[in-house]
Each structure stands twice: as C-alpha cells, then as structure tokens.
Write a protein that binds this ligand. Structure first.
Ligand code: ANZ
Ligand code: ZN
Length: 824
C-alpha cells in the first residue's frame, strides 16, 4: 500500500477495471429481487454540469447501496438527443446536428465514466438514432389508429425565436420554456395526442402515488384542473342560435345579469361580419385578441368589454339578459362563454362595476337574515338560495342537483366535468426531431406510413437554415407516394416534440436492442416499474405527466400490464453559487472536470451529497470540496498506518475481552451502520455522510491510542469501507483490496448491525449530597460532565433534598460520581 492517497491513479485504475469486467452489466435473473434506479436522461449539450453531477451522484449511491443489499439493480443512462440546441449550433456554425450531438454524447459519457457512476452502458440509448425513434413513429401510428393522434387547425402557441409551436405545458408564465420569449398565438394545423381522454385517470392515479412529493402531485392536480359544473344553453333573441355557457355555480343562475362571450367566440366573428356591426365592438375585439395572453389571464389586468347589441334568455327565470364580450373570458376553457353573476364572482363583480351592470344577490350565508343593500364585493361562498323562484331556500348543493336535473330533463343543459388540461400538441416546425410518419394525399388525406416502412428516416442535413420548416426544403424527403392509392403525395415535414422521446425511454432500457418492437413484454415485466426516479421538479407538469399518459396508452395497447411507471419520485434541489442558480449566462459555473482534476471524483461525489439535504438547494463552496478531500486522506492514512497487521478473517476478540475504548468504538460502528442504512432508505445522503465522518473520528481516536489492537481495527475498517463505497467507490475499492479481499467492493454485502451492540451502554452514576450517597442514576456511557450534572439534579430523590435549598456547587467525576453541595 502506498503512503500517499494518489486519487488520480486509483480512480483511473478502477474505472478501467470496472469497465473491462463489465461489472455494472445486469440481466434479468429469475427469482432475484430487482431494483430499478433511474435518473432523468440528460440533453447532450456537450458537458455535464453540477446539477447533473448532483442528480447522478445521488442516484448512484442508492443504486450501489441496493446492489450491496443483494438486489439485482438496473441503473442505466441514455441521451435525450433530439432538440433545438443541436439545430441552432448547425445554424450558427454549420455543424451537422447529428455530428454535434454524437460528439457531445461521447464527451459527456466520458465525464460520467470519470465520475465512476455505475451505469450499465450496454443499455445506453440515444433518442436521435433511428433504432430508437422508429418506435416513436410506431407509437404515433398505433395512437392514430385509435384516434389518439389527430390533426386539427386552430390557435397554437408560437415562439418566434425558436420558430416553432409549443405545447401548453411548455409555455411558462406566457414565456417560451426554452428561451423566455413571449409566446404568441398563431393559427396552424397541428398534430395532437389526446391526453385529455386520460384526464380523469391521470388525476385519480395521483392518489396512489404516495411516494411522490406532495408538491408534484398538487401541481399535476392543478394542471389537470378538474372542475365539476354544468353547461346551460341561453336561447338568443331573434335567432335560432343559443349561447352555451359553462358554470361551476349553476345555483347562482337567478343572479346572472348578463352573458359574456370570449372575443374569439364564433358568434362574435359572425356578428362582426354582418352589416352595421358597431365600430366600438370591432375595436374592442381586435384589441383583446392581440393582448398578450399572460396579461389577459392575469387577475390584476383591467377587464375590458363591449356590449354586442344582442340579448338572450335565461332558461330558468325567463329573464332577458344582454350579451357582452370581454377580455377575461377565454375561448379555450369551458365553452368560451359565461353567465356573469356579479354578486357571487369577483371578476364579474369588477366588470359590472365598471360598466354599470346590475348586481343581484341570490345566495346568502347560512342563517343570515335579509339581503345586503348594495354589496361592496362578491360573496363567493356557497350558501342558501334567495330570490331564485322555487329553488329559494335550498342550499347551493341541493339547488345544483335540482337545477341540473331540470336542465337535463328539458334538454337545455347538462351537468358536466371540465378539465383545464388540453391535448398535447406535438408538431414542431423544426428539423432535429422524429419525423411524423404521415403522408398527405390529395385524395386520401392524411395517411399513416405503413408500419413495415418504418423508420421514416430523418434525411441528413449539413447546414440548417432559419425560417420555415427545414424539411420542406428537402424535395427527396417531401415527395412520396400515397401508401393507400399510390398517387403522388406530400410527406409531413413537422417533427415531433422531443418530450415524446422521453415519455417512454425508461421502458426501452429494459430491452434496449429489440429491433422488432419497442420492447418485449418479459424484460419490461421484470424491471418495471421504476423503483426510484430522480430529477428536477421543473418537469412536474411536463415530462412527468406525459410519461404517465404514455404508460396508460401502452397499457391500453396491451403492451404492458402496469398502471403507473414510477413508484417513487425524488426531486433534487438546485445547485446555486453566490445566491443564484449556476448557469452559463450568469457566469457562475464551476466545472466538474476541474474539481475532478484537482480533488478527484470521490471528493466531488462526497461533497455534493454531504453538503446539503438532497431536496434542498446546494450552495457551491470550494472549501467544502477541500474538506471532503481531507476526510478521504485521513481515511487513507489511518488504514495505511495499520494495514500490514490486518487480515480480514481475523477473529474478533470476545466482547468481554474488549476494553472500554474498544467497546465504545464498536458501539459507534453499529450505530453508524444503523444510521447510514436508515438514511439511505430515506434518501438523506447528507446525514449518512455526516455519520460516516463521525465514525472515522471515533476510529482514528481509538487507533491513536497506545495499545490499539490490529484485530479490532481490522473489524472496524472492513464495514466502514463498505458503508462508504456507495459514496466514494474508487478509494473504497482500493482500500477493500488492501484489506485483503479478492472480489470487488461493488459486490460486497452491505454490513448488518447488531442492535445489541448499537444500543447505548448504560453506566451508573452515584449522586452524593453534601458528601453522603443519596441516589444512583443511569446514564449513557458517552455522557458528558454537563450531562451527568443535569441527570443528577433531575432525579426525584435528589430533588427532594434540594427543594428550597441553595445549590452552591456541583462537582462531577467523569463516569462515576456527582457531588452536590447545598446549604440552608
Ligand atoms: C357563473 C358563476 C357564478 C361562476 C359564480 C363562478 C362563480 P373553474 O372553477 O376554474 O373551472 N368561466 C367559465 N368558462 C370561462 C372562460 N372560458 N373564461 C373565463 N371564465 C370562465 O371556473 C369556472 C368558472 O369560471 C365558471 O363558473 C365561470 O364562472 C367561469 F358565483 O359561472 B362561473
Ligand atoms: Zn422559444
């Protein structure tokens, strides 16, 4: 054994050894308990950043721990390899996107290896390769067949900077999720996946995801946005048409004093097209339509509207109500039309105040007498109905039921459920993605490419130009024959949203080289569901909802027998520096490569897990890495000092033959095993590492004593190295071999603790008062002098003596005696 801890040599040596021996390769072993640890697959931008290192270090320690516990562990990594940055690099520097991407993958894979992550590289996938994306196309065709993939023209979110359409989930506060450009609306024909058909199931399923963070479940619940209400038709005067409104408060319908249509409502367009449409209305509608959506949907934005000149009739009261249009009503939600009840809805109240529209109270709080003369704000709580014909006196709930039944009987309305969730628009007008396998035929319409012709290969492009769909400029790609009638036709040139790629990749890891289907049933049955999934919370309503949707579709395609794909989800915190998220644009990035060069991968892995709770923010600090590197050096030194006298199989002295110091360190060891095990189960890597640091202190303290016995130390080092191996695998592998083991520490068994030994040993302390023995109290063997005094004074017998007296002095003799001097 070398005296110096040469981390560079050690890390290189074991990385090569692990790779040569394919030590992280796994296969399905019948009967063995599996454990699937997954980290969100990275986008190959060119370099791993500290966020990746944190994510993967956390996952790796769990994967290694589970493996040492005897689980058959699947721990794969792949690349989310399609997407805009590759295309932008091509536009800016003329590098072909494929070349750029594959080179980046190779660089980042190298970085992963230098970190010593235990991935089974034989299962690596890259979503930009035809062997992968052909299955995106295959899924699309299966969904198309079932009406789950369809095309529709309509308003879509458009990012001018990215020159592409965005799904609703990709518009964050009105901005493009990728580049923060304000998103505009554009009318385009788009391909959609019918995620809304699964809205209820996706919502219900959340209840069962008890091992997901509550915040993610709440975000998904809100995103799905279930709302139980009713649709009611108000007939229009002098017309056969009617206005259908959606309301969650049917009970307030006698208080509806006007209707409001979204400016995009088809009736508005009709009316504006007719002669004599009021100028004012035209202007208002144009303005509202061009208003930034973020502003329009903001509660604080001023409500602007105009009277349409039309009237409708309330089907319950028969009352004549004016029809307005206003910016705060959205076409995409409900029916795009509302009945306004100013007395009981804040927005309607504000609007009626501005335009002097009547306010009529129809709900009062339980037990309240009389009506408020002129309400100063909306009363939005349910209560008891007043001024509501034969419904007066009913509770809101009773009225909703009775009114809903009547509307259904009479055929002018129905109780309904509405969701905020929209179908997932997946068309992207970009090059570097999966081609949508559709051929547009002038006769047959949109015809799917026959399965046996998959993949529709993405043509190689050297340079990509901005503006328009790049694939439109490749005639060999665009020209195609209709698969149905053979006529000359045009191939779809949109590509798929890259979130399609990541919606099912973790199924593919189970059977990554299958070339006749996306995956075989047996491997998936063995490995799925994912036992632990680790990634950022920013995917809560993007990837994490799409992948649940895909799993449900796969179940309905009878490919899998599985409801939810991920059992336990862990969202790790961000890495920040100088108070801000580490990012290139802020110039506060610390490169993992530099840290690895200077301190080694083990020090970096240790630091990143030790320095903050995994779900909290991690403030980068150079001193911390240095500290972790010092810890590893100390570990090395103490093993070096004694390793020659050690043999792994050496008999451990009988407990009775141990000295106090030896018992103490042994107890510490068993307590640490207990703690580290529990912490890893709870995903508290930081406290696990802290406990290991304490253990090393205790062991060093013992080792430094005269008469420290090698046979005792040998029994300390062995489990200590195993406990540390998930965190710092390289140094542990080296020490493990130095301790005389043949096989790899990667496959060593996780140490078990002895509850007897882990228990604090009790000692008896004699308590004297003014020199006479008055009591004996039990105390933990580790007790401090202060602790002894506290325990003595708290004893009831002692209290009896001390009561009302003046305690002048308390003297403690370590581990033995406390003497209390009282007077009076
Ligand atoms: C009458 C009413 C009375 C309403 C009342 C509320 C309170 P959630 O719960 O979010 O689903 N609404 C319906 N469609 C709308 C649209 N396209 N744009 C803007 N607002 C719309 O909200 C449903 C309520 O939001 C509906 O119930 C409707 O106002 C409004 F005391 O109808 B309510
Ligand atoms: Zn953008």
């Amino acid at each position: 054994m070398k005296e110096r801890y040469d981390f560079q040599a050690i890390e290189r040596k074991w990385q090569q050894d692990w790779e040569r021996n394919e030590i992280y390769g796994v296969s399905e072993v019948p009967g063995a308990r599996k454990h699937y640890v997954l980290e969100m697959l990275p986008y190959p931008s060119g370099a791993l950043h500290m966020g990746h290192i944190r994510n993967y270090s956390l996952g790796d320690s769990v994967a290694r721990y589970q493996r040492m516990r005897g689980r058959n562990v699947l721990h794969p990594l792949g690349w989310d390899a399609f997407g805009l940055p590759a295309e932008n690099a091509a536009i800016q520097h003329g590098v072909p996107p494929e070349k750029w991407t594959l080179e980046n993958i190779s660089k980042m894979k190298d970085q992963c290896k230098r970190m010593g992550f235990s991935y089974d590289w034989a299962r690596e996938i890259a979503t930009c390769l035809p062997e992968y994306y052909r299955w995106n196309q295959w899924f699309f065709i299966q969904m198309h067949r079932r009406g789950l993939a369809y095309s529709k023209k309509g308003p879509v979110n458009w990012c001018e900077r990215c020159q592409t359409v965005l799904a609703n989930e990709q518009v964050v506060n009105g901005l493009c999720w990728r580049c923060d450009t304000p998103v505009m609306q554009k009318d385009l024909a788009q391909w959609y996946l019918a995620i809304t058909r699964y809205a209820e199931e996706l919502l219900q399923g959340l209840d069962g995801l008890t091992q997901w963070p509550e915040k993610v479940r709440t975000m998904q619940r809100n995103w799905i946005g279930k709302s139980v209400g009713a649709k009611v038709r108000f007939p229009l005067e002098e017309s056969d048409a009617g206005i259908e409104v959606f309301t969650t408060r049917l009970d307030t319908i006698f208080g509806a004093t006007f209707l409001v249509l979204a400016p995009e409502h088809p009736l508005i367009a009709d009316w504006l097209g007719q002669a004599g449409a009021p100028e004012e209305l035209t202007l208002m509608v144009e303005q509202a339509r061009s208003q930034d959506r973020r502003i329009r949907t903001d509660e604080a934005t001023e409500k602007v509207g105009a009277f349409t000149g039309r009237f409708a009739q309330n089907p319950f009261s028969g009352e004549r109500v004016p029809v307005w249009t206003a910016n705060f009503v959205l076409m995409e939600y409900g029916t795009g039309a509302i009945m306004a009840v100013p007395a009981h809805d804040h927005r309607d109240f504000e609007f009626s105040h501005k335009y002097q529209l009547p306010v009529r109270t129809v709900i009062v709080s339980n037990g309240e007498q009389g009506l408020p003369d002129r309400p100063t704000e909306a009363m939005t709580e349910p209560g008891v109905l007043v001024d509501s014909g034969l419904y007066s006196g009913m509770t809101s709930q009773q009225a909703q039921q009775a009114m809903g039944e009547l509307a259904e009987r009479e055929g002018f309305g129905a109780r309904t459920v509405t969701y905020r969730l929209r179908d997932w628009g997946i068309s992207r007008q970009r090059y570097w993605g999966t081609p949508i396998p559709i051929i547009h035929c002038p006769q047959c319409g949109a015809v799917p490419v026959p399965e046996e012709e998959l993949p529709v290969l993405l043509p190689k492009m050297e340079g990509v130009q901005m503006g328009g769909s790049p694939l439109q400029k490749v005639p060999e790609f665009v020209q195609a024959d209709c698969p149905r009638c053979g006529a000359p036709a045009r191939r779809e040139t949109d590509t798929m949203d890259t979130f399609v790629d990541s919606s099912w990749y973790f199924f593919r890891y189970a059977d990554p080289r299958n070339d006749s289907r996306p995956y075989g049933p047996e491997p998936v049955k063995y490995w799925m569901p994912v036992d632990l999934y680790i990634g950022g919370v920013e995917h809560a309503v993007l990837h994490l909802i799409y992948m649940r949707f895909f799993s449900k579709v796969m179940r309905d395609l009878e490919l899998v027998d599985l409801e939810e794909p991920v059992k336990r989800l862990f969202t790790q915190g961000m890495v920040i520096k100088d108070g801000a998220k580490m990012s290139k644009s802020l110039g506060n990035v610390v490169s993992p490569d530099e840290i690895v060069r200077e301190f080694g991968a083990d020090s970096l892995r240790l630091f990143i897990q030790f320095c903050a709770p995994p779900d909290g923010e991690l403030e980068w600090n150079d001193k911390g890495v240095e500290g972790c590197s010092r810890f590893l050096k100390r570990l090395w030194r103490v093993v070096f000092q004694f390793h020659q006298g050690l043999r792994p199989a050496q008999d451990f002295p009988h407990f009775d033959q141990l000295s106090d110091a030896e018992r103490k360190v042994l107890r510490k060891l068993h307590q640490t095993i207990q703690k580290v095990t529990a912490d890893l189960e709870r995903f508290h890597q930081n406290t696990a590492v802290a406990a290991l640091m304490e253990l090393l202190n205790a062991v060093t303290e013992y080792a430094d004593q005269d008469g420290a016995r090698p046979e005792v130390l040998s029994q300390m080092f062995d489990p200590m190295v195993r406990l540390l191996a998930p965190f710092t695998p390289h140094i542990c592998e080296e020490l493990w071999r130095e301790l005389g083991h043949e096989g790899s520490v990667v496959n060593a068994a996780w140490p078990a603790y002895d509850p007897q030994l882990a228990r604090e040993e009790e000692i008896e302390i004699v308590v004297q008062i003014n020199g006479r023995v008055r009591a004996r109290v039990g105390a933990p063997a580790e007790v401090t002098l202060e602790g002894m005094k506290e325990l003595a004074l708290a004893d009831p017998r002692v209290q009896d003596f001390v009561q009302g007296k003046d305690v002048r002095k308390v003297i403690a003799v370590p581990g033995k005696l406390v003497n209390i001097v009282i007077s009076g």
